[in-house]
Design a protein around this ligand. Sequence first.
Ligand SMILES: Cc1ncc(COP(=O)(O)O)c(C=O)c1O
Length: 419
Amino acid sequence: MRDIFERITENKGPLGKWASQAEGYFVFPKLEGPISNRMKFQGKEVITWSINDYLGLANLPEIKKVDGEAALKYGAAFPMGARMMSGHTEDHEELERQLAEFVHKESAYLLNFGYQGILSAIDALVSKDDIIVYDVDSHACIIDGVRLHMGKRFTFKHNDIESLEKNLTRATKMAEQTGGGILVISEGVFGMRGEQGKLKEIVALKKKFNFRLMVDDAHGFGTLGKTGAGAGEEQGVQDDIDVYFATFAKSMAGIGAFLAADKEIIDYLKYNLRSQMFAKSLPMIYVKGALKRLDMLRTMPELKTKLWENVNALQNGLKERGFDIGNTSSCVTPVYLSGSVPEAMALVRDLRENYGIFCSIVVYPVIPKGMILLRMIPTTSHTMEDIKVTLNAFSAIRERLENGTYKRLSAAVIAAMGE
Ligand SMILES: Cc1ncc(COP(=O)(O)O)c(C=O)c1O
């Protein structure tokens, strides 16, 4: 018999195996100073392109005032206990009413964390006879939620409606045998590559197939749609999303999340969502803070206007300079380059150390071998100067990538990281 600790210390997992080379720099970096367009990394100022504070709310004095006042009044704990038992307040209900209204749904229910909330929602919505059909590139929380499902599941090719249709045909045949139904899950915006889920096309399939649609709109909420209600509103199909999800971790610059749907569905979830039934309720600091943030989303459309000025300036600037930014149709801005993992590391080090630019990097095995993805998140707090500096830096690093500088440097980089 084996000791499980022996196994996990021998094999640290697909990301953990890079820890000794990457930790503190490429992973678990410490960004310091107030959350903004410019923060400190290892003592130096960097332009930060890796923070999902889309509307620049995180550090606004009026937001911090509300957070601080709530902390003073309630402490970090209130209310204690799960919503169902002792952790319920008028403010939780008020926030739910306002969130539902904001995303044009009848009712909403708060979640402590989006991740657990989605897991639990998938678990609560389907029985073993039901079939889940979901996009193969879904966020980990959807994948893990589907793992809880005791029945059949099918993936469809990323954002591929033909593949979805094929899988809906299979799922329909299967559901006829099991007597169950079908849940389709997509994201409103795919957070890595920035493409919106093809919600309009998915919804159109409702004419042909019988299914319910759940949408994780973590990146769309607050950034897309006329009123900021997200990808469904942007594509004119918000009413056809049966279960809408968004987190407070991005546009709302907080913690927490919510589900929104018809009242009878939310009423069901309130009594069946294990992540909320068996966990302490969202603390008042976050509830009061979310009420304030939501009020700003609603009453200050200029925040979203400025965000999109920045998004357009960055994305158009990159395109004009010939960069491949894929098919993004959201604020998420990917830049695809070709190179090995060591080259990518040398490039990122160059960007941070010599150009003062901090952005996330994604490499194999998350994306195909030989590809480098620099993922940028423009926000309302970025300036045109930030964008200009960044575009110039990107042109410079592309030249160095293409002339082999990073190939030569990468051996030295690996040696330095091993120190
Ligand atoms: C697409 C998507 N879904 C869900 C989540 C999880 O939300 P939370 O951070 O509230 O757990 C995230 C990350 O924040 C996300 O990007």
